[in-house]
Design a protein. Structure first.
Length: 92
């Protein structure tokens, strides 16, 4: 349960950050209208009504490639000559 609440909090913060930074622009293009209700002896009937409509514009991210030259450091390996390292012991 805690994990679900944490995921919901992160999602809400992400949406608020996207809207606040201007990456997502949400505007209402059609307001909501309530249905017309009428009560008769047979019950209540509803006619009409409309849900609101929104226009959502998002920013764009362009991804591309380009060629570039990267300097790589040169490695030099020096092997020890014919010199043998002295043996080490733990003797006291």
């Amino acid at each position: 349960m805690r994990a679900l609440v944490l995921i919901l909090i992160i999602a809400v913060v992400a949406v608020l950050a996207a809207v606040g930074s201007g990456y997502v622009n949400i505007s209402q293009v059609r307001p909501a209208t309530a249905p017309q209700l009428s009560a008769t002896g047979n019950g209540v009937t509803a006619k009409g009504g409309e849900a609101p409509a929104f226009k959502v514009e998002t920013g764009s991210v362009k991804v591309g490639t380009k060629e570039t030259t990267v300097k790589v450091p040169a490695l030099q390996i020096q092997t020890p000559g014919n010199q043998a390292a002295p043996a080490t012991t733990n003797a006291q």
